[in-house]
Design a protein around this ligand. Structure first.
Ligand code: AMP
Ligand code: ZN
Length: 114
């Protein structure tokens, strides 16, 4: 079995609050939320980092953003505003090496980020 926590959640081997699932991605509630709304939009395919994306992933990346904007509307944070973040490697604090789009909303956020 894969050692990846998001692959395990995808396959139902680890429980999570799954709020969306389709043929290309799924979305879960973050276990350690950093905002009142904190979802992770995760491709079904195991892709370790943004550095591993290829031109073949163009449609998938667009789909992740469209899914995030749909979830932001459903969560009621679309108009108040939200942040979409994909961390890459240590300087950005990436801890799970299966790419995921953080959707953070429901509170004002500082810029530039810390
Ligand atoms: P990153 O640091 O960008 O790689 O983000 C990883 C995110 O995954 C963090 O916000 C964690 O809180 C979250 N996370 C880790 N394990 C789980 C889990 N089992 N269920 C839900 N979220 C998780
Ligand atoms: Zn994975």
């Amino acid at each position: 079995m894969s050692d990846c926590i998001f692959c395990k959640i995808r396959d139902g081997h680890v429980p999570a609050k799954v709020v969306h699932r389709d043929d290309q991605c799924f979305a879960i509630e973050d276990i350690n939320p950093q905002a009142p709304s904190h979802l992770l939009v995760i491709p079904t395919e195991h892709i370790p980092t943004v550095n591993d994306l290829t031109v073949d992933h163009r449609e998938l990346v667009g789909h992740l953003y469209l899914t995030a904007s749909k979830l932001a509307r459903e969560r009621g944070v679309a108009d108040s505003g939200y942040r979409l973040v994909m961390n890459t490697h240590r300087n950005a604090g990436q801890t799970v090496f299966h790419i995921h789009l953080h959707l953070l909303g429901g509170r004002p956020m500082e810029w530039p980020p810390g």
